[in-house]
Design a protein around this ligand. Structure first.
Ligand code: TXA
Ligand code: MG
Length: 344
C-alpha cells in the first residue's frame, strides 16, 4: 500500500491505479472515500470485500464534471419538473456534500447500486478528489473508507488504521473540511426524500425546491430488516465506535456525575461549564468539547475526528451530549443515535 501526500504526481499515480481496477482512498470535503472505477464491476466487488460491506448497500458515484452526469444516470427517465429541480439543485449545491439519487445509467454495473435501478451521484467539493476523478475514467464509486458500520474517516491516518494494506493507495489531503458524510436526497419518487441527513442541511435544499421529507430519522427507525430500508445508510446501528457510546440531552449530561474510566463529550462550553459548576466532575475527568461556541459546522468538522481519538483511549464508555436541532445539529445527532443504538 502506498501512503502519499496529495501532489500532481500522486494524483496521477492514483488515477492509474483506478483505471487498472485498483482501490484508492482519497480525501473529500465530507469524509475520506474508498474509490474504485465506477464502470468496472470487478473493482467495485473489491470495495465490498475490503469494507466487509453487505452487498445490499449501494455505493455513491462521484463525478468531477457536470457533463459526466449523463454518463452515470439516465435523466430521460425523469419528468420535466423533476429535471428542472435537479438543475436548480446541481447549480446551487454542487460541488458539495449532496448525493442525489437518480435513475441509473446502463453503463454502471449493478453491483455498484446493489441491484437498484437508481444510483446516488455526487460531485465533491475538494480539489484533490476532483483531479483524481478527472484523471481517471471520470466516475469513481466511493463509500466512506472505513470498515462497514464503524466510524467514518476524516483523516488519512484513520483510513490507514482501519483498512491498511487492503487498499492499493491512500492519498493524504489533511483533515476533511466538513467531517460528516453527504446528505442523500432521493428525487426519483413523487415526493423528494432525504434518506440520510448530512453535510447539506435540509433547509438549504428546501430554500431551493420546497419541502422535502426526512425518511425514518435515527431513533425512530425500527428497521432491523434491511429489505425494508429505503437506504441501507439508515441502519439503526451504524457509525459506531468500539467503545460503548451513550447519548444524553443537555440537562441529562449536566446532571450526570463523572464516572471513572469514562469520557464526557460536550457539544459546547456552556454545557461543560454548567456541569463543572454543578460539581459532577472529579480531577481525573476526561472531557472534550465539540465546539466551544456551539457552532454546528465546527462541531461537525470535529465530530468523527474526536470520536476516533476517544475510541483509542481505551475507556469503558463515552457519554456524549446531543446537539441542538439547528444547522448540522440534526446530522450530528443522527450519527450519535446510530452510533449508540447497540447500547440501550
Ligand atoms: O460524503 C459521502 O457521501 C461519502 C464520501 C466518500 O463521498 N461517502 C459515503 O458513502 O458516505 P457510504 O457508502 O458510506 O454511504 C452511502 C449511502 C448509504 O447510506 C447508501 O445506502 C446510500 O448512500 N445510497 C447509495 N446509493 C443509493 C441508492 N441508489 N438508493 C438509496 N440509497 C443509496
Ligand atoms: Mg459509510
Amino acid at each position: 500500500m502506498k501512503f502519499l501526500a496529495v501532489t500532481n504526481e500522486s494524483l496521477e499515480q492514483g488515477a492509474k491505479i483506478l483505471k487498472s481496477g485498483g482501490l484508492v482512498a482519497f480525501p473529500t470535503e465530507t469524509v475520506y472515500g474508498l474509490g474504485a472505477d465506477a464502470f468496472n464491476a470487478q473493482a467495485l466487488a473489491k470495495v465490498f470485500q475490503v469494507k466487509n460491506r453487505p452487498s445490499f448497500d449501494p455505493l455513491i458515484i462521484h463525478i468531477a464534471q457536470i457533463e459526466t452526469l449523463e454518463k452515470v444516470s439516465d435523466l430521460s427517465l425523469l419528468d420535466e419538473e423533476t429535471r428542472k429541480k435537479l438543475f436548480i439543485l446541481t447549480e446551487n449545491l454542487w460541488p458539495g456534500p449532496l448525493s442525489i439519487i437518480l435513475p441509473k445509467h446502463k453503463n454502471i454495473p449493478g453491483i455498484a447500486t446493489a441491484g437498484l435501478q437508481t444510483a446516488a451521484i455526487r460531485f465533491p467539493d475538494n480539489e484533490a478528489a476532483q483531479k483524481l476523478i478527472s484523471l481517471s475514467t471520470g466516475a469513481v464509486a466511493a463509500p466512506s473508507a472505513n470498515l462497514f458500520g464503524g466510524l467514518s474517516p476524516t483523516r488519512a491516518e484513520h483510513v490507514k488504521n482501519g483498512l491498511g494494506e487492503k487498499v492499493d493507495m491512500i492519498l493524504d489531503g489533511g483533515s476533511s473540511r466538513i467531517g460528516l458524510e453527504s446528505t442523500v436526497l432521493d428525487i426519483t419518487g413523487d415526493c423528494f426524500k432525504i434518506l440520510r441527513l448530512g453535510g447539506t442541511p435540509k433547509e438549504a435544499i428546501e430554500r431551493l425546491i420546497g419541502n422535502v421529507e426526512v425518511v425514518s430519522p435515527a431513533g425512530e427507525s425500527s428497521a432491523e430488516d434491511n429489505s425494508a430500508l429505503a437506504s441501507p445508510g439508515l441502519l439503526k446501528s451504524h457509525y459506531a465506535p468500539r467503545t460503548p457510546l451513550y447519548v444524553l440531552k443537555r440537562e441529562e449530561i449536566i446532571n450526570k456525575t463523572y464516572e471513572q474510566n469514562s469520557v464526557f463529550l460536550f457539544y459546547n462550553n456552556s454545557a461543560r461549564d454548567e456541569w463543572i459548576k454543578a460539581k459532577k466532575i472529579n480531577e481525573t475527568a476526561i472531557i472534550r468539547v465539540l465546539s466551544e461556541a456551539g457552532n454546528s459546522l465546527e462541531a461537525a468538522s470535529r465530530f468523527f475526528e474526536t470520536l476516533h481519538e476517544l475510541d483509542n483511549l481505551n475507556v469503558s464508555q463515552i457519554y456524549a451530549q446531543l446537539a441542538p436541532n439547528e444547522g448540522l445539529g440534526d446530522a450530528i445527532n443522527d450519527r450519535l443515535k446510530r452510533g449508540s443504538a447497540k447500547n440501550k
